[in-house]
Design a protein around this ligand. Sequence first.
Ligand code: BMA
Length: 879
Amino acid sequence: MRSHRGTLLLACMWVVAGPALADGVTRQPLDQGWQFRLAASSTAAKDHADATTWMPAQVPGSAQTDLLALGKVPDPYYRDNEAALQWVGLTDWDYQLTFDAGAKPAAGEHVELVFDGLDTFADIELNGKPLLKADNMFRQWRAPVEKSLHPGSNTLVVHLHSPIARLLPWLLKQPYALPGEFDTAFGDEPKGKQTSNYVRKANYQYGWDWGPRYVTVGIWQPVWLERWQGWKLEDFHVAQSRVDADVAELQAQFDVRADKAGPAEVHVAWTAPDGTKGEKSQQVTLVAGQNHLSMPVHIDHPQRWWPVGYGAPNLYHFDATVSANGKDVASVSRDTGLRTIELRRDKDKWGRGFAFVVNGVPIFAKGANLIPFDSFPSRVTDARMQSVLQSAVDANMNMLRMWGGGTYQSDAFYAMADRMGLMIWQDFMFGGAIPPYDKAFRESVRIEATEQVRRLRDHPSIVLWAGNNEVQTGWESWPDREELRKAIPKEETARIENGMRELFDHTLRGVVTDLSPGVPYWASSPSTDYEGKANVETDGDFHSWEVWSGSKPIAHYLDATPRFQSEYGLQSFPVMATLESFAKPEDMAAESTVMRAHQKFDKGNGNQRLLLYIRQEYGEPKDFPSFVHLSQLMQAEGIELAAEHLRSARPQSMGSMYWQLNDVWPGASWASVDYFGRWKALQYRARHFYAPVDVVPIRRDGSTQVSVVSDRTEVFDAQLRTRVIDFDGRVLRDDTRPVHVEKLASTPVTTTTDAGFLGKADPARTVVSFDLIEHGTVVAHHLLYFGAARELKLPKPDIEATLHKDGGSIFVTVRAKRLARGVWIDFGDIDSRLSDNAFDLLPGESADIRVSGNENLDALRRALKVESVVDWTKGGAAH
Ligand code: BMA
């Protein structure tokens, strides 16, 4: 029966070139030979007449990137070019392709034109006849074309409408506009009249507080011509009803479309991570039309998927095949991981918990929020995503939240996360704007969610689906929402509220519960899953923005211990090399037009907020590069405090996800990895504060609680060495005590007053060093100061730095005579990743830092620069 595997009945039936994919479908990619032009009907046609003739285009792509490729618009990320490109998103564009469809479709052959993604309002014509209308960026669009396709040459035209131009005239006639997120800075919409609420399109493209306004228009995903006959395997899914150490009870689920009823066989073969194989088949009777078939599969002692740090991210490979009349007619392959996910919300003395439990192990989530990788999604490569995800793993993160104001990511993204053991908290794409309540909108979202959950549900990395970002908390607490409620009739408020409830509590929850019941659904981030108010410390997840947005000092992070802090953040500037990519020497000032244009918080005023925090912690920056350095250090030290506070508060808190990991463009933002993948100080620090074992001194009101946090699943014994040292290197105290470190816990070790550490020593010239030692090795290290850096008498450290090769690797050895705060090793324009950076050096201490990415020792030597806090502040060193 199985002897025909691999020789697909359908693959050879069709003449036009194209890869024969095994689901019973042959796909002809329509990605070459596209042209585009500015639609003659657009008002912009007058000013941009040269764009009204057909020009070569890229699919997938956008009008913006196509114009850029032709040199018709300047680099959208350079200086303040953003304003000069706005017209593109306000214009309608036509895309056209002439393609060869080969011979006339055979009798009974199904031919469909498939758009994996259209951005966003599109009218499609095939050979001059209307074929399809699209209005949702996150859906796939299909149309049967057996009847409209010509043998040989065919012409496909996609008319794309500017979403703003299309919606604004309508919106201006409405009695009110639903509150959105960020108003345009370019006058293309009146204040408070945001069209983005009313369209299913990536919200961040309308401008965010970390990114520019580039409202793309285009065909942003691949286009195909699909053909099949007889049978099509529309979906294959491995549902997991029980997974533990003993057994995995699975259902191999096949969705088969059949042209006629009849007997068939479904077969599944799998390869376990260790190479062990298994298979199972079942005779079935197909009906004509849709068939949903489910075959139980039992795997003993499954090799389960584990998040990074807890075991191997094991993946099983499944090959699913449908055969009929003794021949294989359709097959697909899937890699999936077997694991259970529980969102544990036990009632306890602090309220109600919020903990991810994977395969029965409660996991403290350590990570950050992900935003899109670029303003222009189609130019994101797998290599760029891989590098950002690898940075997360390298910094000991285990979870990332794919935030709701962007796009659902590609299959490749989730496959990488699967392989790296990264857990993904996946928002549905709502960034904070209040959605319309009409049924048609909700139905469009339901279809979108159904497609996305089906596409992604076999990825073990996805551990949560969340309805939206900040829609509920925004509605409950933001002033513009409050104003709207006052301005409209009560019944209208009720309609808006019911609409949101319907969408986020029922529609989206229903999709996840039906299609991916093993993964929890959460109505909104932050929320209590519609069991009460959103954004409370005692229940659910929490976004903490009083520090930064509310201008509260960094120490305020210690005043709250939410159950799971899914957002909190501090901004910084990226390194000078990144700034040089978009700014000229004369732009290198915090308040220059260009630097303000790349600072999106509070319409460019964010640099003042940065300065506020820098002054609070370090004092006045000496010059612009110093401001950049200090912004990074301030961010790193502030987030470190919050993250370590949360980790040490385990199990009251079970998650720390700072805002934000990455950037859409080069500029000031909350990111720890910049647009070019360069690590800021925070990313280096995260590697320490998210390490599996960390020693955490938390100082409050003159008293310090030292805890050891451990993500290990076994207890262990260690010693805590405590040294009190003055900034010149005099050791005032050195003692060691045993510590029994609990597993998956925070173990309190001591509480000591400042006087207890210092005796008569000067708090402004003294540091405490904690080393956690296991079997003679330091496994965690932390310093404690008795005041903000500006209150300390930081000495001139006299740092020596030497570069040398050892084996195949290059190392830089740095040594400080006196205490050095925030040491930053820099190679300017030479891109290199260091094994550590942005660290403090104790007097007389040295550190060997591995340099990777560039092996040219001489060039590195010439470029090497090592500085620390005293080099960046106006006051400089104390002596
Ligand atoms: C959060 C996010 C984003 C925003 C960030 C920084 O609330 O959800 O909308 O970019 O804060 O302000």
